[in-house]
Design a protein around this ligand. Sequence first.
Ligand code: DHB
Ligand code: FE
Length: 281
Amino acid sequence: MAEIIAGIGTSHIPPIGAAMDNGKTGEDYWKPFFEGIAPAREWMAKTRPDLCILVYNDHASAFSLQSTATFSIGVADRFPPADEGYGPRRVPTVDGDPALAWHLAESLVLDEFDMTIVSEMPVDHGLTVPLSILFGQPDAWPCRVIPLAVNVVQYPQPTGNRCYKLGKAIRRAVEAYPQPLRVAIVGTGGLSHQLQGERAGLINTAYDIDWLDRLVNDPESIRHIGHTEYLRETGSEGIEAIMWLVMRGALHANVSEIFRYTRVPVSNTHYALTILENRGR
Ligand code: DHB
Ligand code: FE
């Protein structure tokens, strides 16, 4: 049977990808950051999951406000990097896993999650920057990826609790898949940031760290946090953090945090990365 072996949370800040693509990782601004995340890359290289379910949001690259899907799953063979205004990133095309993706779509819909099934989509920084963070600059991504997009852009976004429950349904679906795949689930975005308006530049480090501690050790205590609290405490884009709740919901109640790195600021954002392994059930 397939199994979720670990969960990873990481911000998906676009300048991290740009620093890598443009050879700037050794510059003063970036050097400590890339040194800081190095253990996560080592862990990925050692652990080598067969597949990542990557929970991210599209930033009006593949989708537009013409139609807004709450949860979407990519069932294609391949997902090319999106052109976000400067040409597509020169990173490998993402290989999907249509068989598992269709199994997930069926299982999640029968489990009463209304997934939008997407058979063609380019993937933007929300997905490619986490891959760059975790895998560096290989000629091909070392594992297959199933993109799972969450609407965090257009109100009304799903609640954190809905995301947490989706994670639990993803775990059930993966564990019912008859192939012996080792699956990692990645939640992306956040933590606090606001890119526009009067409070542009807002970062709330104390709130983020407390939230992250609770995500690891007491997720039940944060699953019901509402949109208004995220907006007030973490800025207009801080709501991206609900995607980490999908990841956490897919893991066991007890996890070990085997790595954490945070840095304030990276670009406009409180950067955070955590790697969680299942403990017990
Ligand atoms: C930044 C962070 C994001 O999550 C994003 O989608 C775009 C920009 C930033 O900090 O620059
Ligand atoms: Fe974002």
